[in-house]
Design a binder for this molecule. Structure first.
Ligand code: PHE
Length: 345
């Protein structure tokens, strides 16, 4: 190279390029050599001012140096960009072969397991499922079930009142009256699983909220034998073929006669133990023949139609089936409790 200064600029540039170790540094080198104020660019603009004999050689040399520096910068910039990307990828690497987080599958609350099983048993006997509101009127919850305002039976079913005539239903029995109103004198065979409420102290066997399955059959010539056979079949399907039931006289204002139904204790098979308090039996439900007043009030002629009804506590059945010692466990959603029923589902 004829021009000594150009050689120096080229050497200096190549050295700086070789020393640049980041994309930012190589960009700085580029700015230094190619900005308008740089010496190299100054020499470029000098070319036009030179006499023709010098112009050619000098022009060629400046062009060559400029080209060499530019391509060396491009090459190094590309290399550094690749290196930086590789470093970034390495740092942000995700090991997709690592085992993922394990979400243990949940399990049905034993309450629902039992509710569904009970419902299935009655569906198998030809019952339909009916529904009714949990916020109920005094009319449906009491009056139409033959429980007038000052009836002492109301004491046992104190509940949460929204206003004087609106309350949280104390049993699923209002669905009896609602179904009779809907069926308008036609035969009925329904069950109604649902939530019920009472003013109760919450303890191991009581809860202010619990659930029942109501049953109601109305037709011509229905007698207490039908009630007994239905409940016996239910008990055997639910608790096993060996179970027997017994009917004890009881009292409900909306049935006459009324019965409490007990099943033989699973724990002792009827001999008497702690669980059945020595009696050999455990109470599971209340029922009876629909009271003629109830039939009449709800549009059925008691001379033509008769029927039976029953109400079964769902938690009570679940408690007996699984040997659960505290009703509150159904509502707490503690997975340590719930997972115990996984295998049984
Ligand atoms: N409703 C009653 C109760 O909750 C149970 C019952 C239902 C009794 C139907 C007779 C007929 O205690």
């Amino acid at each position: 190279m004829k021009n000594q200064r150009l050689q120096e600029i080229l050497d200096a540039a190549l050295l700086e390029i070789s020393q640049a170790s980041t994309v930012e540094e190589i960009n700085n080198v580029r700015n230094t050599y190619f900005s308008k104020k740089s010496e190299l660019m100054g020499m470029m603009s000098l070319i036009g001012t030179l006499p023709p004999e010098e112009k050619k050689t000098f022009g060629q040399e400046v062009g060559m140096v400029k080209g060499q520096i530019a391509s060396a910068i491009d090459e190094k910039a590309k290399l550094l960009a690749e290196q930086e990307l590789a470093k970034k990828l390495e740092a942000e690497k995700i090991d997709i072969s690592l085992p993922g987080k394990n979400f243990a599958p949940g399990s049905k609350n034993p309450f629902h397991v039992i509710k569904d099983e009970m419902t299935d048993i009655f569906l198998g006997m030809g019952f339909e499922v009916a529904d009714g509101p949990e916020i109920e009127s005094d009319m449906f919850n009491f009056e139409l079930l033959n429980i007038p305002k000052d009836h002492p039976a109301r004491d046992m079913q104190d509940t949460f009142y929204i206003d004087e005539n609106t309350l949280l239903r104390t049993h699923t029995s209002p669905v009896q009256a609602r179904t009779m109103a809907a069926k308008k004198g036609q035969p009925i065979r329904i069950i109604c699983p649902g939530k019920t409420y009472r003013r109760d102290d919450d303890d191991a066997t009581h809860s202010h909220q619990f659930a029942q399955i109501e049953g109601l059959v109305i037709d011509r010539n229905i007698n207490i034998g039908h009630l007994k056979a239905t409940l016996e079949l239910f008990a055997k399907k639910m608790f096993g073929e060996k179970r027997e039931i017994r009917l004890r006289p009881s009292y409900f204002p909306f049935t006459e006669p009324s019965v409490e139904v007990d099943i033989t204790c699973a724990n002792c098979g009827g001999k008497g133990c702690n669980m059945c308090k020595g009696t050999g039996y455990i109470e599971i439900l209340g029922g009876g023949m629909v009271h003629p007043n109830v039939l009449k009030m709800n549009g059925y002629d008691p001379e033509v139609y008769s029927g039976f009804a029953f109400g079964i506590g769902i938690e009570r059945v679940a408690i007996l089936r699984y040997g659960i010692d505290d009703i509150r466990k159904f509502y707490q959603n503690d997975v340590r409790f719930l997972h115990q029923f996984k295998k049984k589902i």
